[in-house]
Design a protein around this ligand. Structure first.
Ligand SMILES: Cc1cc2nc3c(=O)[nH]c(=O)nc-3n(C[C@H](O)[C@H](O)[C@H](O)COP(=O)(O)O)c2cc1C
Length: 185
């Protein structure tokens, strides 16, 4: 992986990793530490409600079933996104390329948030009406089939009713690792 340029949290010295691992505790800090060391792709989870479009940045998106195609995202409990997903029962997943760091920051609330009309954002809709980012790497349009509370998060499992490629460069996914955005080059 190359040196990091984006932001997904505070700066971090990779040389400290070995020291930190010696101090791991099975508590919230330990869990956070471990989670940071799970390299993961970044995606935007989006939905459509009576109030318009809603979206947040995640790195907890995984494929849980191929037949039927199902995907899981883990969303912080008692967050607005949890409410919106429970209300709408549909969600879009836009897997991000390296070039979409600004979108990742925007939907994480680090920069001015997108409006509920997604003004200024290139997007399209497929079957459910959830907005999907035009310049994503890949997208899935899902109907909620299951949700499970797991501690301080709720896992949403959706079945894809549409999926496809976006305009993003598939050679350059946006990866999160140790609180930073990274590329594979
Ligand atoms: C790279 C990255 C990955 C994230 N992954 C998740 C996630 O998987 N689940 C989640 O609930 N929030 C995740 N967040 C946090 C949300 O995007 C958002 O910042 C948080 O819900 C705060 O929203 P608020 O503006 O409602 O306070 C992630 C943020 C970043 C930058």
């Amino acid at each position: 992986m190359s040196e990091i340029v984006g932001r997904a949290g505070g700066p971090r010295d990779l040389g400290q990793l070995a020291e930190d691992s010696a101090a791991l505790q099975a508590d919230v800090d330990g869990a956070r530490w471990l989670r940071r060391h799970m390299a993961a792709g970044a995606a935007i989870v989006s939905t459509v409600t009576n109030g318009g479009f809603r979206a947040t940045t995640v790195n907890t998106c995984i494929s849980t079933s191929l037949d039927p195609p199902q995907f899981l995202v883990s969303i912080e409990r008692d967050s607005q996104m949890e409410d919106w997903l429970l209300q709408s029962a549909v969600f879009g997943i836009s897997v991000l390329p390296w070039s979409e760091q600004f979108a990742a920051d925007q939907f994480a609330g680090f920069t001015p948030l997108a409006s509920s009309t997604f003004r200024g954002i290139d997007y399209f809709t497929s079957v459910t009406g959830a907005p999907l980012l035009t310049r994503c790497l890949a997208w899935a349009d899902c109907r909620l089939v299951q949700n499970v509370l797991t501690g301080d998060h709720r896992c949403f499992v959706g079945e894809a009713v549409g999926l496809g490629r976006g305009q993003g460069d598939p050679a350059q996914p946006l990866v999160t690792y140790v609180s930073r955005y990274r590329s594979l080059h």
